[in-house]
Design a protein around this ligand. Structure first.
Ligand SMILES: NC(=O)c1ccc[n+]([C@@H]2O[C@H](COP(=O)([O-])OP(=O)(O)OC[C@H]3O[C@@H](n4cnc5c(N)ncnc54)[C@H](OP(=O)(O)O)[C@@H]3O)[C@@H](O)[C@H]2O)c1
Length: 348
């Protein structure tokens, strides 16, 4: 193990994961700088703010001349050739580069169970934003881009000085895609609540604070999947949402997923966090847990997200937030069709 990291530079740091890493690092006594444009999100108290655009070469020169760091933690890399420029600029002044990547880099995501040695999408380190393609399901330009970013950082820093984190779904306060928020607000509305699939399906969302602690605790190169152990279920998660919101609603589990899919409900977005593919919640995070990753119970993530929302918390306005949720009319229609289907087929 190397020396304990004390000075860090966060590339980003004002939305969700980057922001949580900044908060956690300040609380732990790290000297923290953040580099961003100053356009969106909030600066965490106690950080030194360095302003600039990661796509602008002059800003990168300025950034590299403003300090030296034990580690850079990059939560905002999406385009390989930009990441390559950044890594080159920061290599002389940074001991180690921690890249927040994603499970979407795997060729088999979300169809197959994944370990760190599963095949990764092929993307060169200098690829532009249009590299790759979007499958449905399967590979995405996002996944190709992140794979290229991994290659870019490794090409410059070498594998000993490159730490790659591949999280699955991250939830918690300040989450801007709004997956948990949608379910919490749906529970609050009450009535008959369409709950997709089996309540005993294992799920692996990870709390943003647990990802942040893990990112800050690592002091060596390597690649880690970052997901919870998968011992909790969809029933645990939605049940916790119902309880914490004081919902008088009833969860109506539609366990026949083939039937549900035949209603043309879009997995993952119309009913957030519902995915039937066998790899969606089969990310092996044994290595991360052996390296110190700890995961709080999903009920705590749910409760703290609700507390944040109830306290007026609002995530940044992100383009992806609008993707989510089924309308009340459509939900009612699907539940009515399900009632009729059950009467016909099960004699219920
Ligand atoms: N959410 C999930 O479930 C999930 C799952 C797997 C992996 N991930 C990964 O986790 C990370 C999530 O991070 P986050 O979005 O929460 O990070 P964040 O660091 O909190 O927010 C993104 C930051 O990027 C900055 N930024 C945007 N464009 C910039 C530019 N051109 N130059 C400089 N800074 C720029 C923004 O500030 P300004 O606008 O002020 O510049 C903002 O501070 C991502 O890498 C994502 O791929 C997420």
């Amino acid at each position: 193990m190397g020396d304990v990291t004390r000075t860090i530079l966060i590339l980003g740091g004002s939305w969700f994961l980057g922001r949580t890493i900044a908060e956690s690092a300040v609380a732990q006594g790290f000297e923290v700088s953040t580099f961003r444009r100053g356009v969106s999100g909030v600066d965490v108290d106690g950080v030194t703010t360095l302003r600039g655009d990661r796509t602008n070469p002059d800003d990168l020169v300025r950034l590299a001349s403003s300090g030296t760091w034990d580690a850079v933690i990059d939560t905002s890399s999406y385009i390989p050739r930009e990441t390559l420029q950044l890594a080159r600029a920061l290599e002389p002044v940074t001991a180690r580069y921690v890249l927040v990547s994603t499970v979407s880099v795997y060729e088999g995501w979300p169809l197959d169970p994944l370990t760190e040695s599963s095949t990764v999408l092929d993307c060169p380190p200098d690829a532009g934003p249009d590299f790759g393609y979007d499958g449905d399901p399967g590979p995405s330009k996002y996944g190709f881009g992140k794979a290229g970013c991994e290659n870019a950082v490794t090409a410059v820093f070498g594998s000993e000085r490159t730490t790659i984190l591949r999280p699955g779904v991250i939830l918690g306060p300040n989450e801007y895609v709004g997956r948990l928020e949608w379910w919490l607000r749906r529970m609050q509305r009450g009535g008959r609540i369409l709950a997709p699939g089996s309540p005993s399906r294992f799920v692996q969302p990870i709390d943003v604070r647990d990802v942040a602690s893990f990112a800050l605790s690592l002091d060596r190169g390597g690649i880690w999947n970052v997901a919870s152990s998968g011992r909790e279920t969809m029933g645990d998660m939605l049940g916790a949402c119902r309880v914490i919101t004081g919902s008088g609603g009833a969860l109506e589990w539609i366990t026949d997923e083939e039937w549900l899919a035949s209603q043309r409900i879009t997995q993952w977005t119309e009913l957030p966090l519902w995915r039937t593919y066998k790899g969606a919640w089969a990310v092996d995070s044994t290595a991360a847990r052996a390296a110190g990753l700890t995961c709080r119970p999903v009920a705590e993530t749910v409760a703290d997200t609700w507390a944040w929302l109830s306290d007026g918390g609002a995530a940044i306005d992100h383009e992806r937030a609008g993707e989510l949720g089924i309308s009340p009319e459509r939900e009612r229609a699907v539940l009515e069709s399900w009632d009729a289907y059950q009467l016909d087929h099960c004699g219920a």
